[in-house]
Design a protein around this ligand. Structure first.
Ligand code: SF4
Ligand code: SF4
Length: 270
């Protein structure tokens, strides 16, 4: 008997039960997006903005900073650059949102309105969603995490979500990468080839805003203004659990966790 067969038999069932019944999501100890506390921000300081390569942190006129998690690549440099602890480490990774504005830090956590879904998606697709993935210039970091979704531990099929090679059979277009000019045409063709109703997920910071490569000589700045996006999932890359959360959030099987850049313990209940 091959050694891997023996190993598999010894391991037994490894698929996790999360998120259906809680338990281990496989991400304990993993760093997420830094938390921002403007009360700790020193006036006149710009250290975090200078450290932030993708310009997720920008200076406000009149003092203070804006934080856009849709541009954040989780490098954690702002945490080390800030002299007063306005940015702190966190394990907040469930950052999938329906409205892009919810990724921009706001004083009031419930300031941004959720995007209205095109129809009752849970009723129609809640038990079977087919996903066409298009790599629009990714570094393959996002693909590496996507691949993990089909391993025995995350076992995405148990949730009724399947990848398909053809846009003709797809309900969701999942896009990674900043959308290079070479991939813009094929990406739009894939979208046009999908039957209605169709949904779009911007997966990874590159697809949300261009990330570290956006606006260069060879690519645009992600899906903003290019396709109607139903779910924005920043992260560089988003981890497999973040992908699962975002997919089930699209299907209205899990609540959105982030509002105005704040992670909320119980989500919005939608
Ligand atoms: S962790 Fe995000 S906000 Fe902080 S410096 Fe890196 S990219 Fe910018
Ligand atoms: S978001 Fe990060 S991991 Fe994903 S394609 Fe862009 S650079 Fe790579």
């Amino acid at each position: 008997m091959p050694v891997w067969t023996l190993y598999g038999l010894k391991q037994g069932k490894v698929s996790q039960r999360w998120p259906a019944v809680g338990g281990d999501d496989g991400q304990s100890g993993v760093l997420g997006f830094p938390r921002f506390d403007p009360a700790q921000c020193q006036s006149g300081c710009r250290d975090c903005a200078d450290a932030c390569l993708p310009q997720a942190i920008t200076l406000k006129e009149g003092g203070g900073v804006n934080v856009d998690y849709g541009r954040c690549v989780q490098c954690q440099l702002c945490v080390t650059a800030c002299p007063s602890g306005a940015f702190t480490l966190s394990s907040d990774w469930a950052f999938g949102v329906r409205a892009r504005e919810d990724l921009v830090w706001a004083q009031a956590a419930n300031s941004a309105a959720g995007q209205t879904l095109k129809r009752e998606i849970r009723k129609v697709f809640g038990r079977s969603l087919h996903v066409r993935h298009v790599d629009a210039g990714s570094c393959n970091g996002c693909e590496s995490e996507l691949q993990a979704l089909n391993n025995p531990y995350y076992n995405l099929h148990r949730l009724g979500v399947f990848f398909t090679p053809s846009p003709r059979f797809a309900d969701l277009l999942l896009v990674t990468g900043p959308v290079t000019y070479a991939m813009k045409g094929p990406l739009l063709a894939a979208y046009e080839g999908m039957p209605e109703p169709r949904f779009v997920m911007a997966a990874g910071t590159c697809a949300c805003s261009g990330g570290t490569n956006g606006g260069g000589y060879a690519c645009g700045r992600g899906l903003d203004g290019l396709l109607p996006v139903d779910v924005w999932l920043p992260g560089c890359p988003p981890n497999p659990a973040a992908f699962i959360h975002a997919l089930l959030m699209l299907l209205q099987r899990l609540p959105q966790r982030v509002r105005g850049g704040h992670l909320m313990e119980d989500g919005d209940g939608r």
